[in-house]
Design a protein around this ligand. Structure first.
Ligand SMILES: C[S@@+](CC[C@H](N)C(=O)[O-])C[C@H]1O[C@@H](n2cnc3c(N)ncnc32)[C@H](O)[C@@H]1O
Length: 249
């Protein structure tokens, strides 16, 4: 089963593809898009939930999203039309690592897509290339809320303990790379649990609703395996932080 399709079905009831409630997303956008911000870029925008929320609330804002998932971008485009913000949204079907644009952005975000750049620090290097002087980065990244044991690493699909750090070390590395956290939000346990139950539940429900679909059995199996990997593995170990960062000029 195509992983983009799995992800799209799994996010049906949780459009933000990260463990954040809507009010957390709004608060983070308010911190990243300060008064006169006019240009926003999202690297790995998916279906564009961050861009759409930002555009709907800020009539002067123009936004650009980049993603490799064609259908995700189509959904973003349709949602933008429904909201009446299409004129202010540019979508690019492209590898975010190769994206270039003639004008810099007041804010650049990358949430849940740092793997595309090879981790948090390479993501910040990529973001920096697109930021206007004084611009803000908004980046969402996993961290270890406690030392990962074997069950946690297996539940995350065979990750290594070195793939993430604890929260303090994560922030230290960002600071050492020349960034100053001007805000940050650590996803709460209810946000993490809601995200996982929503992800696994939407996929499992789709399998029940489509028993004749050739992908039905696989969708049910992926949902069950993911749920077990979470509940018996990484629940309590996997954390998620979204940082708003400024570069020293
Ligand atoms: C977990 S989703 C996050 C989507 C969105 N940022 C959100 O918070 O809802 C990760 C996204 O990164 C995209 N992605 C992964 N690698 C990419 C790459 N090299 N270039 C562009 N997008 C990429 C995927 O297609 C997917 O839409």
């Amino acid at each position: 089963m195509d992983r983009h399709l799995i992800s799209r079905i799994a996010h049906t009831d949780h459009p933000i593809a990260a463990p954040l409630f809507d009010d957390s997303v709004q608060r983070l956008l308010d911190r990243a898009l300060t008064g006169d911000a006019e240009r926003l870029l999202d690297l790995g925008c998916g279906e564009g939930p961050w861009l759409l929320r930002a555009l709907a609330a800020r009539p002067k804002l123009h936004a650009v999203g980049v993603d490799l998932d064609t259908r995700g971008l189509t959904i973003a485009q349709q949602a933008a039309a429904a909201l009446g913000v299409s004129q202010r949204l540019g979508l690019h079907h492209q590898d975010a690592r190769e994206f270039s644009h003639p004008e810099p952005f007041d804010a650049v975000l990358c949430v849940g897509a740092t793997h595309a750049f090879g981790g948090l620090l390479p993501t910040l290097t990529a973001i920096d290339r697109h930021l206007a002087p004084g611009g803000l980065a908004l980046v969402g990244e996993a961290f270890w809320a406690q030392d990962p044991d074997e069950a946690a690493l297996a539940g995350l699909g065979g990750m290594a303990a070195t793939d993430y750090d604890d929260l303090a070390t994560t922030v230290d590395r960002v600071v050492a790379a020349g960034w100053t956290p001007v805000y940050g939000y650590v996803s709460s346990r209810p946000e993490l649990d809601d995200y996982e139950f929503s992800w696994t539940g939407s996929l499992a429900a789709w399998a029940l609703d489509h028993p004749e679909d050739p992908d039905s059995a696989e969708a049910a199996a992926v949902a069950a395996e993911h749920r077990t990997g979470w509940l018996r593995g990484y629940r309590g170990t996997f954390g998620f932080v979204t940082l708003v960062l400024r570069r020293a000029e």
